[in-house]
Ligand binder design. Structure first.
Ligand SMILES: Nc1nc2c(ncn2[C@@H]2O[C@H](COP(=O)(O)OP(=O)(O)OP(=O)(O)O)[C@@H](O)[C@H]2O)c(=O)[nH]1
Ligand SMILES: [Mg+2]
Length: 442
């Protein structure tokens, strides 16, 4: 996502970087280039224009710092403008009423069912509430089962009754929610290929019967600038509270994300970034702008680390490190902790400047492949060998190489790196050290 836009933006900044000062003329030609990049990324025309206006305004208001280079100045201005067109501040969801009602609407296949469960999981884990998902899609035969199976997978309560109408199903779901102390209900509505009267009537009936505190339109980001037309239709009939963009992990060019706020005036509140239940993020315009400009998104990475890091395990490892008792078994535990954050490439993608070096990584062994190799090698060692690697003689090295599908050379390299690492750790100060490098095989 945003890859091609990032590349184009970088081109514009590189052009500016050659200048000594940022003149009015440079700025306006950069604006035209940036606008063109947005249109190429499938951003709606109105949103692209709004973006240029925004830059102009921010440029006039910006304090021109002598210490900043022209491209730094432009980055600062564009960052602010991008944040603005993406919606400014992140908008949380409202959970009023008992139970609070949230209705997810959208075209067929946009991701409503998947998103209902992801959102429920988010509300449960991040907001400490007790949500229940309710299916009211009676058209597609397997729709209700799909919801209840997915919900069960993530321990989310669900209610799926093939009732006469959506309104009736929700009525009984509400009773059950009260009995089970579920204080939030998320309604997964039926999808249609196009906006049609029958669907809209059903959604309007639900809205007037239950006045949900949030009606959110789920939009597949692959549809690009068409998102604006879909959003307009749904918004005019239902007065939406905002959007959830799905499939942001795909190679969609980002047009939908950048178009919605400026054209409809409603915020994107969440983003789906994969098929699994936890592939879901609150949408932060400033962080997204930072990612697009390749300034990194360290905040999100830190949050992810905090969620996944096992504090006790980290302390245990640190203690062993300090006592110089860190063995290969502990090293494996450390690798597994890091892996919980996602693939190494995805971790690196949160770092500033990553997209610029991404192309240059081609030809090198991808870090994840390297890790898998190390894991395989460790996996073929006996417990004793992991705890006392000095017993690994030539025969054992051969056995480990065969067992892990690697070569004796690979095993040697790993053992050598592990040894070097231990030596290095010994020479490090004994306090305040809690991170670990991963020895390279090559
Ligand atoms: N990669 C990716 N796939 C997603 C995401 N969200 C949903 N999907 C996939 O998109 C497909 C459709 O998702 P559903 O949740 O069934 O969509 P829906 O809107 O409920 O579809 P209907 O009920 O038929 O209208 C499924 O294969 C999901 O796994 C996402 O954020 N990323
Ligand atoms: Mg569905």
């Amino acid at each position: 996502m945003f890859d091609s836009l990032m590349k184009k933006f970088r081109g514009v900044f590189e052009g500016i970087a050659k200048r000594g000062v940022l003149s009015e003329k440079d700025l306006s030609s950069a604006m035209e280039d940036l606008k063109k990049s947005l249109l190429d990324a499938d951003v709606h025309y109105d949103a692209a224009n709004a973006f240029v206006d925004e830059i102009r305004e921010n440029a006039i208001g910006a304090q021109i710092h002598k210490a900043l280079s022209p491209s730094e100045q432009l980055t600062k201005i564009v960052y602010k403008s991008l944040t603005d067109i993406l919606g400014g501040n992140s908008k949380p969801i409202e959970l009023d009423g008992s139970p609070a009602m949230i209705m997810l609407v959208g075209l067929q296949g946009s991701g409503k069912t998947t998103t209902s469960v992801k959102l429920a999981k988010h509300i449960k884990e991040k907001m400490g509430r007790s949500p229940m998902v309710v299916g009211v899609d009676f058209n597609r035969p397997a729709a209700l089962d799909q919801l209840s199976i997915f919900a069960k997978q993530y321990n989310i309560a669900s209610y799926t009754e093939r009732a006469k109408s959506a309104v009736e199903a929700v009525k009984r779901a509400k009773e059950q929610a009260r009995n089970n102390n579920n204080d939030v209900i998320i309604i997964d509505t039926a999808g249609r290929l196009h906006v049609d009267t029958e669907l809209m009537n059903e959604l309007k009936e639900l809205k007037s019967a239950y006045s949900p505190s949030e009606i959110l339109l789920v939009i597949d980001s692959m549809i690009g600038r068409d998102a604006v037309n879909v959003a307009k239709e749904f918004d005019s009939l239902l007065d939406l509270n905002g959007f959830i963009l799905t499939k942001l992990d795909s190679d969609a060019r980002g047009g939908a994300a950048l178009s919605l706020y400026k054209t409809i005036g409603k915020p994107v509140k969440f983003a789906g970034v994969g098929e699994k239940g936890d592939a879901f993020e609150q949408f932060y315009p400033d962080r997204m702008a930072s990612r697009i400009l390749d300034l990194g998104d360290v905040m999100t990475l830190i949050e992810r680390a905090q969620e996944n890091y096992d504090q006790k395990e980290a302390e245990r490892l640190e203690k062993k490190l300090k006592k110089n008792e860190f063995d290969i078994e502990d090293f494996l535990a450390q690798i597994q902790q890091i892996k919980k954050l996602g693939s190494l490439e995805s971790i690196l993608s949160f770092m500033p400047g990553f997209s610029a070096i991404k192309g240059k990584l081609k030809g090198l062994t991808p870090p994840d492949k390297e890790l898998r190799k190390i894991e395989a090698i460790i996996g073929s060692m006996t417990r004793q060998e992991r705890q006392a690697p000095n017993i690994i003689n030539g025969n054992r090295r051969k056995r480990i190489a065969t067992g892990s599908g690697t070569s004796v050379n690979d095993v040697n390299k790993f053992l050598k790196s592990f040894d070097d690492m231990k030596k290095l750790m010994k020479s490090l100060p004994k306090s305040g050290f809690s991170g670990l490098g991963i020895p390279k095989l090559r």
